[in-house]
Ligand binder design. Structure first.
Ligand SMILES: Nc1nc2c(ncn2[C@@H]2O[C@H](COP(=O)(O)OP(=O)(O)O)[C@@H](O)[C@H]2O)c(=O)[nH]1
Ligand SMILES: [Mg+2]
Length: 301
């Protein structure tokens, strides 16, 4: 599916893309270089949905070209989701942004009439325009939703994920449901607080189950956390074991009263589980994990 992300220069487009699709955190994206013309990147969102992101650089010399006969059909056709990134921190660019957005909307009407259109009010941590005012301004426009995002505040990933989750096919949804049921059983058997299957590339959850008996924290918090930083210990474990010419497909480490278990399922996916220290069963752990891997791989096919 083609996702077209547009907005004026410096609106925060590339940061948003890297944050959501590459699991990058604020520290990693805050010093990005401006994008030249249109950069196209393919991602497998949550390991399920193939998306092609068209990140259209917003400098004046590029933006006018998007609307020329030479480029417009290429840029605006076959778009599944369109996201306009509107810099909420800079009121002085608002007028210009609405003019360009209007042009983009007209082109979408022509080339991708079925496309779903969204606005994200970026940099909301420094906003000078409120979400309420923006929603009022765009009330009559053909925009499905206007949402506030801020990478440093951690309210960006959830917004973009929700937009894209809404485009997931019924088959993928079914797959996720089945995995969810399986993880619920895993939680019960292993006495775990939460278990997720994560996509290693973006660190996002594919399916997850939380044992509310143990973990009363809101599910959303875990769901939209990138587990990238947690995957690192698994990579480190692998390197150490590789040096010893042994295989390492899991890492276990302790945080407070919990064990964090990471287990490689495939090149793409890993299992992440939080198990309270007192509940942890060693026994034939490797045997149990191998059985889990087999079951999950069957489900993912
Ligand atoms: N305060 C704040 N700054 C942001 C946010 N997202 C991006 N930025 C900054 O905005 C500037 C432009 O970002 P970039 O992603 O390169 O914009 P692009 O030209 O639209 O791709 C950079 O200095 C980013 O660090 C955000 O959520 N909050
Ligand atoms: Mg950019």
């Amino acid at each position: 599916m083609k996702v077209l992300i547009m907005g004026l220069r410096s609106a925060g487009k590339t940061s948003l893309v890297k944050h959501v699709f590459e699991g990058k955190e604020w520290e990693d994206v805050k010093d990005l270089k401006p994008t030249e013309f249109v950069s196209t990147v393919e991602y497998k969102f949550r390991g399920l949905l193939e998306v092609t992101i068209f990140d259209a650089g917003g400098q004046k010399q590029f933006i006018y070209q998007y609307f020329t006969d030479q480029w417009s059909s290429r840029i605006f056709s076959k778009v599944g989701v369109f996201i306009w990134v509107l810099d909420s921190s800079d009121k002085s660019t608002f007028k210009e942004a609405t003019v360009e957005l209007k042009k983009a909307m007209d082109n979408l009407t022509q080339y991708s009439p079925e496309c779903r259109k969204f606005i994200v009010a970026s940099k909301y941590d420094e906003h000078t325009m409120s979400l309420k005012a923006l929603r009022k301004y765009f009330a009559t426009w053909d925009i499905e939703e206007i949402s506030a995002t801020s990478i440093p505040m951690g309210i960006a990933r959830e917004i973009v994920c929700t937009i894209l989750d809404g485009t997931m096919s019924p088959q993928d949804r079914l797959k996720v449901d089945q995995l969810q049921k399986f993880l619920k059983v895993f939680n019960r058997k292993e006495n775990a607080s939460a278990t997720m299957i994560i996509n290693k590339a973006d660190g996002l959850e594919i399916a997850g189950s939380i044992n509310v008996k143990h973990l009363l924290k809101p599910k959303l918090k875990l769901k939209y956390l990138s587990i990238k930083s947690f995957i690192e210990p698994l990579d480190i474990a692998k390197k150490i074991f590789a040096a010893k010419e042994e295989q390492a497909d899991f890492a276990l480490y302790q945080i407070g009263n919990n064990f964090i278990l990471l287990y490689d399922l495939t090149d793409e996916f890993a299992l992440f589980s939080i198990i309270p220290y007192r509940n942890f069963k060693v026994g034939d752990l490797m045997g149990r994990l191998r059985a889990v891997r087999e079951k999950i791989i069957q489900n993912l096919d």
